[in-house]
Design a protein around this ligand. Structure first.
Ligand SMILES: [Zn+2]
Length: 295
């Protein structure tokens, strides 16, 4: 298998990197991956990572929840669907707050395309990008519309009022290059919304190596507010909002408790603790949610 050993920080290109810890892939492969740390920008990143063309084998597509399109009519799927609809609405309202006149929107890494579909239903001119062919086919069956496989396929010169990246930035191999292209697709005063797992969260302190959002090697980067701010500022973007996604700590709590061999209920209680911590500490939620504006 093709493995990438990074000799420089993938965000700021500094050579001042060192090993921080090791984390097992509890979800799928049981392989252990070193986590490195950049002394300049503070980013933590997965070392010895599978190359972009190889990482697909680390997604057990039948179970990776956010990539799951099979209709299973059981209680879990019902709860999952209600939660998803609630989150779509939360995300939509958040972006609207910072870009009330938004019309053209790009959902980068849209997965099964539920947010793109939601935007279309709300009358937005929405495009979605998703590398998974299966996900694009499912979207086409549902909506009759196409997703783009890649940034390069977008109509030439098309610009957007808002770009959304919900749990995507931690998966992008070509990190600065991709962000540079995204920023260039943004209108003046356009916004980028980013949600990533937060290294500086109550639930990481609670679960340690079992914290589900390490999710190596699928998660290539392990952000917190400081490293994300340095990276986005280096791309010319200014932060206008920080907060958390309300359901994520419960989801992460349940999965992490499972990795520890403990009950889902105990995970929900830890999720609740993390949720309240994140409410009073906006940059310490389970998920770091932020909005960035192009000057
Ligand atoms: Zn760095």
């Amino acid at each position: 298998m093709k493995v990438e050993i990074l000799e420089k920080c993938p965000a700021c290109q500094s050579a001042a990197i060192e090993k921080y810890t090791e984390i097992p892939d509890f979800y799928f492969s049981r392989e252990v991956f070193p986590i490195f740390f950049c002394k300049d920008c503070g980013l933590k990143f997965t070392q010895n990572r599978p190359a972009e063309e190889e990482i697909g084998r680390y997604y057990d597509s039948a179970n990776y929840a956010s990539h799951d399109s099979e209709k299973k009519y059981n209680l879990f799927s019902l709860v999952y669907k209600s939660a998803r609809d609630y989150m779509l609405n939360q995300k939509f309202n958040l972006v609207r707050q910072f870009k009330p006149e938004w019309k053209k929107v790009l959902d980068y890494g849209t997965g099964e395309g539920y947010f793109t579909e939601y935007l279309l239903n709300k009358g937005k001119e929405a495009d979605g990008i998703e590398p998974s062919q299966l996900a694009r086919e499912n979207f086409k069956k549902r909506t009759g519309k196409d997703l783009y496989p890649d940034l390069r396929e977008l109509p030439e010169g098309k610009k957007y009022d808002a770009i959304t990246m919900w749990h995507v930035l931690e998966h992008i191999h070509q990190l600065p290059q991709t962000m540079e292209q995204l920023v260039s697709r943004l209108n003046e005063k356009g916004v980028i919304a980013i949600a990533v797992p937060n290294q500086n969260s109550q639930d990481l302190r609670e679960f340690g190596v079992h914290w589900a959002a390490w999710d190596v090697p699928r998660h290539l980067y392990h952000w917190e507010a400081g490293s994300l701010t340095k990276f986005m500022n280096s791309q010319g973007m200014k932060k206008v909002y920080s907060g958390q996604l309300p359901l994520d700590p419960f989801y992460i709590g349940m999965i992490s408790a499972g990795y520890q061999g403990k009950s889902a209920i105990s995970g929900l209680f830890k999720g609740l603790k993390s949720y309240f911590h994140g409410k009073s500490h906006p940059e310490e939620g389970s998920t770091l949610l932020s909005i960035w504006m192009k000057p």
